[in-house]
Write a protein that binds this ligand. Structure first.
Ligand code: GLC
Length: 535
């Protein structure tokens, strides 16, 4: 929906919350979160003001990559519950006026998926061409230089059929051949299966990986590679990702969604802005929200963040609805990247920018990355490159609900250890503290919901310097807001030459500033963020 139009869809006005199901709430004492656990906590999400819940994968899986290696696209992993539990979850989400978004992982299956078992069984199996099989080079070596995101070559030798198969991730995650129309139909049918059940949308895993160069050309070397980086970064994935034909696939997926009422698709895409925005598709018939990861990729620097926001706003196609993300299950938590105080400013930024915000579970209570001892590491990315500190486990630890044993997450041994400080930092404690991160998130979400300027209004950059980012949000016929954020720990002085203003501080990261009348100049403390209702 464009500015000036009066109705906006739920995924434009709403706030999305990502649940990593293994770590949200255990209901059956096995130390792993599950669907019934999520049902128990839905009232919390409603209280927080969440509109849509995105679940990381809950399907049957050998768990080589913790559910991103799927062996049945239409089932529920027994660890998480039953199909009946899922149906109940969907009903309970809907009965609270919320939406449910599932993770769709179309780029690859598990190597235990029946499709792959068939495909690898012989060269003339009808499903052989469902995956990417290549002959070795004459000397027996891999077909090209492509690397796996999780370390090592992206090709795995199959002894019995004497060919290599391609896997962008683990060898237990063979890539599907999306050039094959049968694969396309099979996965579109998976989408229909969940949409028919009433699921509201999908977060599509590694959307930019789905089509690879037809000639399998070598990727060029990355001249900026440094030893601390993942080995995958040694090459630029010019031929293995982001191929033009991927947009035809995205369009087909979109067509399926458009056959239903108000369903949507988020694309997981790590690409620079100019390329990212192409995933909105021609005439906006691609992904509804290509995930915008700039706030988690860029250094936390006011000038870089301000210019990235403006570039992104400028690059959006007509009708392209923006979105913002501070964290997910693959990245260090925001609190660990920028610190506790700055995480409050980051929350204010996330919830005052134009576009749909996605909150990663636990960020609303300031959860930090938890140090997981080497012998407890679970994540294959961490295990495969042990010296590079790339394990994603620290950001996947159990939700901290209260100060009871295991933080109320489980009464068994949790699959991943909890933060040592959970008895001090948890939902129960923070709910009762007006100054907590949780209270800040809840108030920000509430303000956003009640103020059209913040929810759907226009964005205008006002000012930025070494410390500050300032912008204005406006909607015709409603109050306007000036947001001034100090992204540094030092005082920041806001005296824009050409922007006279007066207003009242509606919300602040420090309570002392709230309710204060301000005009034309502001002196901000380090780590201070202000939302000013303009007069
Ligand atoms: C996506 C997921 C990540 C997973 C990978 C392979 O990036 O977010 O967790 O490991 O895809 O499926």
């Amino acid at each position: 929906m464009q500015e000036g139009q009066e109705t906006y869809l739920w995924w434009q006005t709403g706030v999305v919350y990502q649940i990593y199901p293994r770590s949200f709430q255990d209901s059956n004492s096995d130390g792993v979160g599950d669907l019934r656990g999520i049902i128990q906590r839905l009232d919390y999400l409603k209280w927080l003001g969440i509109d849509a819940v995105w679940l990381s994968p809950i399907y049957p899986s050998p768990m080589a990559d913790y559910g991103y290696d799927i062996s049945d696209y239409r089932g529920i992993h027994p660890l998480f519950g039953t199909e009946a539990d899922f149906d109940e979850l969907l009903r309970e989400v809907h009965s609270r006026g919320m939406k449910l978004i599932l993770d769709l992982v179309p780029n690859h299956t598990s190597d235990q998926h029946p499709w792959f078992l068939e495909s690898r069984s012989s060269r003339d199996n009808p499903k052989r061409n469902w995956y990417i099989w290549c002959d070795p080079l004459p000397d027996g070596s891999v077909p090209n230089n492509w690397l796996s995101v999780f370390g090592g070559p992206a090709w795995e030798w199959d002894e019995s059929t004497q060919q290599y198969y391609y896997h962008a991730f683990l060898k237990e995650q063979p890539d599907l051949n999306w050039r094959n129309p049968e694969v396309q139909q099979a996965m579109l049918d998976v989408m229909r299966f969940w949409l028919d059940k009433g699921v509201d949308g999908f977060r599509v895993d590694v959307m930019w990986h789905m089509i690879k160069d037809e000639q399998f050309r070598d990727n060029p070397v990355n001249p900026d590679y440094q030893a601390h980086m993942a080995t995958y970064e040694q090459l630029l994935p010019v031929y293995s990702t982001d191929q033009p034909e991927v947009h035809d696939i995205v369009r087909q997926m979109r067509n399926v969604l458009d056959g239903y009422n108000e369903r949507m698709m988020i694309g997981e895409i790590y690409l620079p802005i100019q390329k990212l925005v192409t995933y909105y598709g021609i005439d906006g018939k691609g992904a509804h929200l290509p995930f915008n990861f700039q706030l988690l990729s860029l250094p936390w620097d006011a000038r870089q963040i301000a210019s990235a926001i403006d570039q992104y706003e400028g690059a959006l196609p007509p009708n392209g609805w923006p979105n913002w993300v501070l964290g997910n299950h693959d990245q260090p938590r925001i609190t660990s990247r920028v610190g506790m105080q700055q995480a409050r400013v980051a929350a204010m930024l996330l919830l005052t920018l134009r576009g749909t915000p996605t909150i990663y579970y636990g960020d609303e209570i300031c959860m930090r990355d938890v140090p997981i001892p080497f012998e407890e590491v679970q994540d294959p990315q961490g295990l495969n490159m042990p010296d590079k500190n790339l394990s994603r486990d620290p950001a996947r630890t159990p939700m901290q609900w209260d100060d009871s044993p295991n933080a109320g997450f489980t009464d068994a041994k949790p699959w991943l250890r909890l933060a040592a400080n959970y008895s001090r930092e948890n939902v129960a404690v923070q709910r009762n503290n007006d100054l907590s991160m949780l209270s800040l998130y809840r108030r920000l979400i509430d303000l956003r919901r009640n103020e059209p300027a913040l929810q759907v209004g226009t964005y205008t950059p006002v000012y930025s310097d070494m410390n500050l980012v300032a912008f204005k949000r406006e909607a015709e016929g409603h109050d306007s807001f000036l947001i001034v954020l100090n992204l540094s720990h030092r005082p920041g002085y806001f005296r824009p030459q050409h922007f006279p203003f007066s207003g009242t501080v509606e919300m602040a990261t420090y309570p002392e500033s709230e309710g204060v009348s301000v005009s034309d100049a502001l002196n901000l403390s380090g780590d201070e963020g202000l939302i000013i209702r303009l007069h």
